[in-house]
Every structure is written in structure tokens, then in C-alpha cells.
Ligand binder design. Structure first.
Ligand code: PLP
Length: 421
């Protein structure tokens, strides 16, 4: 359930009419619902009740600091994958003791930043990374708390670009090699082992891969403890999928997912960390766009809108489906026709939907892409010198711009001419 509903025939975000926001900021724009974000956090929190746990929001899904502050104030920690994200989390007021650092390519500078500023743990993804981290920690006179991300070789059955738990993926160390790596860690003075980490992919709509992965982690916990390691935390990653298409079979709920965690690792006495991103933010956001032209093609009609692949790249990059609805509710029984919904960018890939059944939407009217709160604004670019679009946060009957549209001067003045020109 989210908070984007028609009221009196007009799409609202909570208690605010979408056209009211459009009048204030212009289209296209992203709009997030505070109540939906809050609800998603609360649902995860409830799903893990009875277990010592920390929800580390995977902020790469949506890293606007207003979103981070909202979740942080509810009690969330953060999963960061870069020094930039670490800085954002700190800027949003998140305690370093709740920040975990993931990612396969952490640099020396990023390690220094987190070791100096404070960190809950590094999720180490390779032996060379662990050796460098040990070196950097020793230089700074610190000890780096770590988990090792293990790759359980489980098929997440998701889109190839977002599957991370098979041995052919670049992530983590093979689970069969874990004992060796933990033994090496134990011998390092700059490293303190605190647990195990796993993350098998994104947009999982089946719980079985989670169960298989978590069973392997449970088994490994026993093995590593017998080897004398302290395993007090299990970071179980993110990846729970969301419904993108209305009416399709709904993916498992956080409650079902929590049950899997309870069954597989609940008996180990570990603190549980999870790193949901998409499920926290995805259905908490919409992208609002205006129709520029209705174009009649040869046997194919196009709705050319003012949002483009640079604003929302998921359809072009992952063949992702987004439900697209008119901002003004169509009359009951209004006729639907198949139409291609495309942006203005000079690429055929700039297509949001092909042959989508839609009611007639006139030039100048607005549409909303649902489920656009995660991996939307964060993946946007200025391709075609299109300004990054505003982000708006709604809370009850209030709304605020939480990232404004840059001016063209700001965009152009970032470039500089070499002296010799
Ligand atoms: C991307 C990512 C997540 C979040 O995945 P979602 O599908 O958005 O829940 C969590 N942990 C790690 C390490 C990631 O890379």
C-alpha cells in the first residue's frame, strides 16, 4: 500500500494534489511520500521483532538527505557503498555507529574517511581489500570492525544485471573459501571480525533463494565459531522485491521474509542486520511528467512526454516495467488504446513502455510513473543537457522541494575551457 491515490478524480500524494506540486515546481519531477517511507520502515521493523536487529537502509536506492533523515530519525542505520554516500549519511545526522560500508572497490581514501569518522563495520568483499584495510587501520592506529561478504552461489532468479549471489558475479568471496579468509583476518592486528555478510541480488520475488543463502550462512556461523571466531552479527543484505505491475501476483511481504530469517538464523543469538533499499523507497515515489505531443505513427501511436531515460533509466537499462497512470482519473469505462510512451532523448532506448493500454491523454496533461522512488533520481544524469529534475517530499498536506532543478548556467559553468583555447 502506498499513499498515491485518486481523490475527487485527481491523483494525490498523501493530502496534496499532484497538479498543485506541478504548478509550483514544473514537470518532470519526483515526488516521495513520507508516510509510505515510514510505513515501509515500520513493516520491516515489525517483521524482525523479537530479534536484536538493525535495518541499514541501502541508500543507493534513494540517497536524498531528506529521505535519509526521515529514515534515520525512525531508527534506521545506513548501508553505504561509497565515500560520497558515507558523507551524505553523516550530513543527514545518522550516527556512524549505524553505518555499514559495502562495495567491491573501496579505496584507501574511503577507508580512511570511515575509520576516522567512525563506522559500524566494513563488509569486506575480497582478500586484497582486507589487507589494505588492515594496513590503513594500523597506520591510523585504529581497528577496523569487519564482516566478510560471502558469495553463497545461489541463483537469485532476478534480472542478470542485479543478481549478485552466483559465483560468476564480482561480489564477495566464495563461501567455500571463507574459513581461510577468516583465519587470515584473525591474524591481522588492524582487523576485528564481528560477523558475516551476504547479499544475493535485488528485486527478488521468491523467498527460496534467501532461505538457501541464509541456511548456508547459518552453517558457516557454526563452522567459524568452532574455529574460534566471534560471529555476533549477521548482515543478511537487501533485495526483497516490490510489485511494479498492479494486479500481478504480489511478491512476498517483509513479514514472510522476516519469518525466513527467524527460521534460518534466528537461533544463533546474532544481531541481525538487513539492507533493504528498493522496498523502502520504490513504492514511496512517483515520477510526474507532462505529455508534450501525441504523435500518430504508421500503425503505432506515441505519447511523447517531458521525462526521459536520463530521469528514469530503469526501463532502458533493466527492461523494467513501471505502471503509468494519468494524473486526472479517466472516466469509468473510458476506452483504452495501445500506445508507446517515450521521452525526447535521441535514442530508441528512450522508451518507457511499448504498446501500453492507456486512455486518451491530451497534450499538456500529466502522467505519473509509479514505483519510481528507488533507483530513479539517483541514477539520473544530464544526458542531452537535460537538468536533473526536482525531488519533492510530501508529508500530510505539506510538500517541500528537497532537491531543486539546477539552472542551465550552473550546468554549463561546470565545464571549463582549457587555457590554450
Ligand atoms: C543494492 C544493495 C542492497 C539493496 O538492494 P535492494 O534490492 O534495493 O533492497 C543491499 N545491500 C547491498 C550490498 C547492495 O549492493
Amino acid at each position: 500500500m502506498d499513499h498515491f491515490l485518486y481523490r475527487d478524480g485527481v491523483l494525490h500524494a498523501e493530502d496534496v494534489a499532484v497538479p498543485e506540486i506541478a504548478s509550483a515546481v514544473g514537470t518532470p519531477f519526483y515526488c516521495y511520500s513520507a508516510a509510505t517511507l515510514t510505513r515501509h520502515y515500520t513493516v520491516f521493523d515489525a517483521a524482525l521483532r523479537g530479534m536484536d536487529h538493525l535495518i541499514c537502509y541501502a541508500m543507493k536506492a534513494n540517497s536524498n538527505i531528506a529521505v535519509l533523515k526521515l529514515l534515520g530519525d525512525l531508527g534506521a542505520g545506513m548501508d553505504v557503498v561509497s565515500g560520497g554516500e558515507y558523507r551524505r549519511a553523516i550530513a543527514a545526522g545518522v550516527s556512524p555507529s549505524k553505518i555499514v560500508f559495502s562495495g567491491v572497490g573501496k579505496t584507501r581514501e574511503e577507508m580512511e574517511l570511515a575509520l576516522t569518522g567512525g563506522i559500524r563495520q566494513f563488509n569486506v568483499e575480497s582478500e586484497p581489500e582486507m589487507r589494505l584495510l588492515n594496513e590503513v587501520a594500523l597506520e591510523l592506529g585504529k581497528v577496523a570492525p569487519i564482516t566478510v561478504r560471502v558469495n553463497p552461489d545461489v541463483d537469485a532468479k532476478t534480472h542478470a544485471k542485479i543478481a549478485t549471489g552466483k559465483s560468476e558475479n564480482k561480489f564477495g568471496i566464495p563461501i567455500a573459501k571463507a574459513r581461510e579468509v577468516y583465519a587470515e583476518a584473525a591474524a591481522m592486528d588492524g582487523i576485528e571480525v564481528v560477523g558475516i555478510d551476504v547479499h544475493i541480488g535485488s528485486q527478488l520475488v521468491d523467498l527460496e533463494p534467501f532461505r538457501l543463502a541464509y541456511e548456508k550462512v547459518a552453517e558457516l556461523t557454526g563452522v567459524l565459531r568452532a574455529d574460534g571466531h566471534t560471529i555476533k552479527r549477521l548482515d543478511l543484505g537487501g533485495g526483497l522485491g516490490i510489485p511494479y505491475a498492479h494486479g500481478n501476483q504480489a511478491p512476498p511481504t517483509p513479514e514472510d521474509y522476516g519469518q525466513i530469517i527467524r527460521e534460518t538464523v534466528g537461533h544463533l543469538g546474532c544481531e541481525i542486520e538487513i539492507e533493504p533499499g528498493r522496498l523502502m523507497a520504490g513504492n514511496a515515489g512517483i515520477l510526474v511528467s507532462s505529455v508534450i505531443y501525441n504523435k500518430e505513427g504508421d500503425g503505432r501511436n506515441f505519447l511523447i512526454v517531458d521525462a526521459a531515460m536520463n530521469d528514469l533509466i530503469r526501463p532502458a537499462m533493466y527492461e523494467a516495467h513501471h505502471d503509468i497512470i494519468p494524473v486526472i482519473e479517466p472516466a469509468a469505462g473510458a476506452e483504452k488504446r495501445p500506445i508507446d510512451i517515450v521521452g525526447p532523448v535521441c535514442e530508441s532506448g528512450d522508451t518507457f513502455a511499448k504498446q501500453r493500454d492507456m486512455t486518451a491523454i491530451a497534450d499538456g496533461e500529466m502522467i505519473a510513473f509509479r514505483s519510481a522512488g528507488a533507483y530513479g533520481a539517483v541514477m539520473s544524469s544530464e544526458y542531452n543537457t537535460r537538468p536533473m529534475i526536482p525531488e519533492v517530499l510530501v508529508k500530510d498536506d505539506q510538500f517541500a522541494v528537497i532537491r531543486r532543478r539546477p539552472t542551465f548556467d550552473e550546468m554549463i559553468n561546470r565545464d571549463t575551457l582549457p587555457e590554450w583555447m
